[in-house]
Ligand binder design. Structure first.
Ligand code: HEM
Length: 419
């Protein structure tokens, strides 16, 4: 084991700030290495990461939602108190159970269904921008990019309006619980929130069962369950009610925060998309590649194999660093450059790849597109507050700045000059 492999710390500063840059040494010198810190093999080159995603039998997704930090006895007892039983959803389900379930639950993600959500996303975005457009300074994360994707996620899932605020409170605990490294004293508090989230998710599901005729992915799942109870099980529905919020919310909120930071740091690119909105969809894709919100995903090796020439025994756990793969010069020319006209941006692996590839990718793209359309139109003179330090929630997989402070001169807002 090299000294760098021994020192790799996915909860530490360099990885949080820029996971791709922090793993450049690995892409160049040791593209598959064992990390004693987490007990995982880390895979960092594009072709290797894609090959792992491609074969979900040899590389099982079953550990995708496993807690990466072992839980203390006290926290386990706390979770048991709430009958916490988070199990298989889609993302961590093996074949042959996964694909039939994915097929019957796909319809709400098709373009013809997603179109119905567009006015809701646009309306919400406008309402949030209305609140701060005349203030001149705002944290985009707190005032818009955290809340709008969460509300969209809850609408998409079909959560009743009256339950939205409570659901909101609990969702971050699940991220820390799954991918974070809470200190021993924090673990019980996190477990309390996760346990409550679990119970509440169950209650919301019960409420939906009373009348499953409504819009949304969960009522849809309840209706499918009536026809195919073996494919869409009770355990699946309860687990998905909880995991679905995180799948749809934090991923998109973080991706949007990364995108605004990157675009505003590259001022000339921001100005280009303000002048020509047809460039926005390419910009969204390049932001997802260059600075995606899923930094790494996980797989379990089910038989002895080799990855990138390294022998990996059955039972090994893999941290597949999508953020690093996306900045691999072997696949993307000048991979560190931010180029919104790059022809192969959409080859990125931020949404995974293969049989489990993100079902919500087009909903996420739509949200990011709308956020950029609205802000480039209404606040083209927006700029980052200088000298701010960007901080990140320490965890292996979800990456986005906690805050993105921006400022502008409200007197120069286009809508004041041309209402
Ligand atoms: C799966 C990323 C938004 C729903 C995944 C996976 C990743 C991912 C990495 C695992 C892929 C694999 O194992 O190959 C993202 C990112 C998003 C995003 C970066 C935002 C920028 C969403 C949204 C939804 C969603 C808005 C809506 C509900 C799902 C579902 C799966 C999934 C259901 C499981 C698919 C399966 O295993 O068959 N996502 N996601 N995601 N995502 Fe997303």
């Amino acid at each position: 084991m090299s000294a760098r492999a021994a020192a790799f710390d996915p909860f530490g500063g360099a990885y949080q700030v820029d996971p791709a840059a922090s793993l450049r040494w690995s892409r160049d010198e040791e593209p598959v290495f064992y990390s004693p810190e987490i007990g995982y093999w880390v895979v960092t080159r594009y072709e290797d990461v894609k090959a792992v995603f491609r074969d979900n039998i040899l590389f099982s997704p079953s550990i995708a939602l496993e807690k990466i930090t072992p839980v203390s006895d006290e926290a386990t007892a706390t979770l048991a108190k709430y009958d916490y039983a988070m199990a298989r959803t889609l993302v961590n389900e093996d074949e042959p159970a996964h694909m039939p379930r994915r097929r019957v639950l796909m319809d709400p993600f098709t373009p013809k269904e997603l179109v119905h959500h567009e006015p809701m996303v646009r309306r919400l975005t406008r309402e949030y921008v209305d609140r701060f457009v005349d203030t001149g300074r705002v944290d985009l994360v707190d005032e818009m990019l955290w809340e709008v994707p969460l509300t969209v996620a809850l609408h998409f899932l079909g959560v009743p309006e009256e339950d939205m605020d409570t659901m909101r409170e609990y969702s971050i605990a699940h991220t820390v619980n799954t991918w974070g490294r809470p200190a021993p004293e924090e673990q019980v508090a996190v477990a309390e929130a996760v346990g409550k989230f679990w119970q509440y998710a169950g209650q919301v599901l019960e409420k939906m069962r009373q009348d499953p005729s409504g819009h949304g992915w969960m009522p849809y799942g309840i209706r499918v369950q009536k026809e195919q109870p073996d494919v869409v099980t009770d355990s699946y529905l309860h687990s998905m009610m909880m995991a679905g919020i995180v799948a749809a919310h934090e991923t998109t909120a973080n991706a949007s925060a990364n995108a605004f930071r990157l675009l505003l740091e590259n001022r000339s690119v921001w100005e280009e998309i303000c002048a020509d909105p047809s460039l926005i969809s390419g910009a969204v894709e390049e932001c997802l590649r260059h600075s995606g919100s899923v930094a790494a995903w996980r797989r379990l090796v089910t038989a002895d194999t080799t990855i990138g020439g390294v022998d990996i025994p059955a039972g090994s756990k893999l941290l597949i660093a999508t953020s690093s793969a996306n900045r691999d010069d072997r696949h993307f020319e000048g991979a560190d450059d931010f180029d919104i006209r790059r022809e192969n941006s959409s080859d990125h692996l931020t949404f995974g790849f293969g049989g489990h590839q993100c079902l919500g990718k087009n909903l996420a793209r739509m949200e990011m597109q709308i956020f950029l359309e609205e802000l480039t139109t209404r606040l083209p003179h927006l700029e980052l507050v200088p000298d701010q330090e960007f901080t990140y929630l320490p965890n292996t997989s979800f990456r986005g700045p906690d805050h993105v402070w921006v400022q502008w001169d409200p007197a120069a807002n286009p809508e004041r000059r041309n209402p």
